[in-house]
Design a binder for this molecule. Structure first.
Ligand SMILES: Cc1ncc(COP(=O)(O)O)c(C=O)c1O
Length: 387
């Protein structure tokens, strides 16, 4: 079932034929041992993505927001404090999740497109008494990438858990839970994500990987703030998926397993390098059209770009022009709405699809009266993609 449109929004991302074929297989019993075998392999591959051999992976029906809730409900008790380092809409979402769970959350933000200054994080943590810090690796609303190498040691040296939202990054950017950032205890404690972005499966799965300190935090809680999200209810099922707590989304597990096998085949190092080339290449290519990146290069993500329009280009009609050509991108959000567009460039999208997108954007810019040398833009893209 080849895709009819080129879906370059920041997720869901284009699904490959191989994953569709898996998704479309006959539904079997959620307790069938054949499904359990696939599920176990997919869980092990999930742990590999995050190098979380001493951790536990939970894959349940839901979306990224549920994974955010699962992360907080199992690590931070009602009344305890959470610091949210927010680079936009999805960072802010942690505040809503925390409020629903009775967690006291406080936000450190920054102007759109800029990272929260490290000094502010350090100062707030020093006198804060925070149980955990939530960081969005790539905020999908601004394209800002958090600097893990700087943030992990600051958070851990201040005695808080490091909870990472990897929804717009996992499987495209390093999120290595075994990596000691300076000292052995300076590690990412939890990563959460969802199936529909760089993993390359359709939407429908909430994925949460707990490291040892996050598991200890759950063990120390008298109760988790949720029934469905409580990992104590899921632990036996994730060890032996033929057991029942709640019905597995059987076909999504087939699809997820297929997506994990694609990632395994490509290899993490190659996948991370490919995404780095795509991000730099797409921004360099579209800069030739006068489309500038909202974040500065050092803060811009490999997985997603937020482009600002040159003066005179009108958002709704421009994106409608792209849609007529079957290229789908997303608008900017909030105060930035109308000023540019967001393009997801992650997962299993192919080189020829990116080149097509660059040509279609160039064609559409030309229709709106802007100079756009799409062959030059394609060459610039390829020089990064093949570096
Ligand atoms: C960084 C980030 N976190 C969380 C979410 C929420 O995920 P979902 O829409 O799957 O609930 C998104 C969705 O785009 C996201 O980009």
């Amino acid at each position: 079932m080849p895709n009819k449109e080129l879906l370059l929004i920041p997720g869901p991302t284009p699904v490959t034929d191989e994953v569709y074929a898996a998704l479309g297989r006959e539904t079997m019993a959620h307790t069938d041992t054949r499904l359990a075998a696939l599920f176990k392999e997919a869980l092990n591959l999930t742990k590999e993505i995050f190098r979380a051999r001493d951790g536990e992976a939970y894959v349940v029906a839901g979306s990224g927001t549920l994974a955010m809730e699962m992360a907080l409900a199992n690590t931070v008790a009602q009344g305890e404090k959470l610091l949210v380092i927010s680079h936009g809409y999805f960072g802010d979402r942690f505040l809503g999740v925390a409020a629903a769970l009775g967690i006291q959350a406080e936000k450190l933000g920054a102007p759109p497109g800029e990272p929260v200054p490290t000094a502010a994080v350090e100062a707030r943590l020093r006198d804060g008494g925070f149980k955990a810090v939530a960081v969005t690796h790539v905020d999908t609303s601004t394209g800002v990438m958090a600097d893990l190498a700087t943030l992990v040691p600051i958070v851990k040296n201040n005695g808080a858990l490091f909870l990472l939202d990897g929804v717009c990054a996992a499987a495209a950017m390093e999120e290595d839970m075994s990596r000691a950032y300076g000292a052995p205890e300076c590690r990412i404690d939890l990563v959460l994500t969802a199936s529909q972005k760089a993993i390359g499966a359709p939407p429908g799965l909430a994925i949460t990987v707990f490291g040892p300190a996050a598991l200890r935090a759950r063990a120390a809680l008298p109760r988790a703030g949720s029934y469905y999200c409580d990992i104590a209810n899921w632990r036996d099922i994730m060890r032996e998926p033929s057991k029942y707590f709640a019905t597995h989304p059987v076909n999504m597990i087939y699809a997820y397993h297929a997506a994990m096998k694609i990632i395994e085949r490509e290899g993490l190092a190659a996948r991370f390098a490919r995404h780095a080339g795509i991000g730099d290449g797409m921004r360099a290519a579209l800069a030739l059209y006068g489309l500038s990146s909202l974040p500065a290069p050092e803060n811009a993500a490999p997985t997603l770009s937020c482009f600002l329009y040159p003066a005179g280009l009108e958002d709704v009609s421009f994106r409608a022009g792209l849609k007529e050509k079957k290229l789908i991108v997303a608008g900017l959000l909030g105060d930035l709405s109308g000023k540019g567009f967001r393009m997801g460039h992650m997962g299993n999208t192919r080189e020829d699809e990116f080149l097509l997108a660059i040509r279609l954007i160039g064609e559409t810019m030309a229709e709106f009266g802007f100079d756009a040398d799409s062959e030059a833009a394609c060459r610039v893209f390829l020089s990064h993609y093949n570096r």
